[in-house]
Design a protein around this ligand. Sequence first.
Ligand code: GAL
Length: 717
Amino acid sequence: MKVFFKVCFFVSLLSSSAITYAQQLNWTLVEPGIWKAVAGKPDAFDLLKTAGAVPYHAGLLEMGDVVFPVAKADISAAIVDGKTYLRFPLEKNEQLYGFGLNFQTVHQRGKILTLHVDNYAGKDDGHTHCPTPFYVSSKGYGVFINSARYIKVYAGTSVRVDSKAAPLIQDRNLDKNWTSHPYSDAVDMLIPADGAEIYIFGGPTTMDAVRRYNLLNGGGCLPPRWGLGFTQRMQRLTDANGVAEEAKAFEDKGYPLDFIGLEPGWQSKSYPCTFEWDKTRFPDPKGLVQNMLHKGIRINLWTNPYVSPQAPVYPLIKSYTSSHTVWNGAVVDLSLPAARKIFFGELEKNKVDIGISGYKMDEVDGGDTYLWPDVAIFPSGHSAEQLRQTYGLMMQRYITELYHNRNQRTYGLVRASNGGGSALPYVIYNDYYNHQDFITALINSGFSGVLWTPEVRASKTAEEWVRRFQSNIFSPMAMINAWSSGTKPWTFPEVADQVKQLANLRMQMMPYWYSEFAKYHYQGIPPFRAMNLEPGFQGVEVAKEPGKKKVDLEENPYEDITAKEVKDQYMAGENILVAPMFTGQTTRTVILPKGKWYDFYTGKLAGDGQVITVTPGLDKIPVYVKDGGIIPMMPAMLHAPKAGDKVAIEVRYYGEKSGTYRLYDDDGETFNYEKGQYSFRDIKVQRLNGSIKGSISDAVAGKPNTIGKVTFKMMTE
Ligand code: GAL
């Protein structure tokens, strides 16, 4: 085995007999609270560059400096056999979160994962739509590997002979403390490249480390206001008349609708794709798109990137495609600027330039049986692996650029992303459709710098329909994806009213959602996230479940501690806790962190640092608001307010404590906020002898002002 010592390392021989490849790294402060080190010779093609990530320096500056969060001596790197070995410390009572968009587990300690962009296949093994090589620790720091490779992770499973905290040798037969998983003091990673860039994020809290990661990526995305309304994706063979009828039905029935998604049938052929309108179904695309825009409804287009030999763009792009096809379509090497010019030019022409609001970029994730194999050759010389890890990122980045050039925001869907992508305005989805696991993915999205929608497609029963709808409206994209089923919000007449009320609630909460996304952008705070990031959660969590499984020598002889997981409730924005109900459930427990929590609908005290049991009925998804929590609401409009509209705000206030809230405002549609055209208005509410006194700071002169009359509502009597 060859061992390469790199000049930039301190070579530290651990002991004369020990393995000699562990080397300490040189850390450079790159932003406040963020350090970088280089191991070996990293690939020039990495995640941050591919995503086009530019740190949001002002946000990081505001967070301030902190000390390096772990012992530097405990982080080491080695290059062995052309691969990079990394090792990070892990204390006994430390928990790990992240490693991408996992669907079944929040805690990652004890996992062995291969971080690989893929279609999620039912197992949290690292193969997922967004396998971000980023993790945070309950000790308040984070680690990111800026590599577009399939990274192998041993998250606290490996025990070294020279461990400083070597586990005790115990006799399995007689010692009841014997464990099949002795304490591992490290997170080990293997990167199949002869170098990597490593980032460490300081805290002091776990949330701070998450925020610093998002801010390094440029801050979270800020969708247009309309992106936070309601979207309906239509049955795949819908035509222009069908679109017009759908929009009319929504309006006649009084259901909100901000954008309609067209699925594969808008193209003349798909799988592989032609990227041209089907002339029979859509004889006048521009007329349709403009007509819809006039009504306040936008159109989003599905596509996958695989180019049909019958596509008009094919002869131009052919020489920039890979050795292997996907569904008989050519795979464009998006890492080549010349290829991008042609390909994204095609997505712009007669689409973006006639008023299409965005794309849903499908099938850029996997699985292996249909995507290009790892032996595919790309003309740039980048490997199939590197393209696989970054294809979704590049699709998002360059489509967003088309819109940025027009000073127009977009918000769309994508099936793959990766590290570096927090600022890209896309929401991940898939075909997996397990409601419970969809919620766990929503929780994990907050650790991965991405957004996830638990989309609603079809349901077997009215109950399932409502339950799915309820959690969907408390997510980054409220949508029905009827590409196959043709479902509508009113598909189950017996619950059509409940569904309408939920869709209206989504619209009413738009000022809250928009402000929370602004905090994602300017402060890096994920709008949807795990309870584990919530102060006052630790400790109460323990009360819910015991942590040990019983070992049976026949059934599970090496079973060990199972982590306590809370994967069925989450935080939505600053003040709201959401506890979804699943089909068949009439009752559930909810963990309320320490501090008083109030029922969202009634304002009544629900509990304080305890596990409560609730029986909400089919109409309600359990939602709780923090003490002093403020939720700014607007009237239930059918479409999001347009730039320049003035909207009345009802400030709902919960609990006893005085409350403050930063209400974000800008034009909601352009990138002028990047040039300072935005404001945060301070809302304050306090109780005074049985009534409340509320105020909002004045509009800032010279900035967009969409806020009309402001009223205050005391929710807690
Ligand atoms: C799937 C996608 C669906 C739908 C369909 C169209 O891959 O997940 O949402 O778009 O393709 O063929």
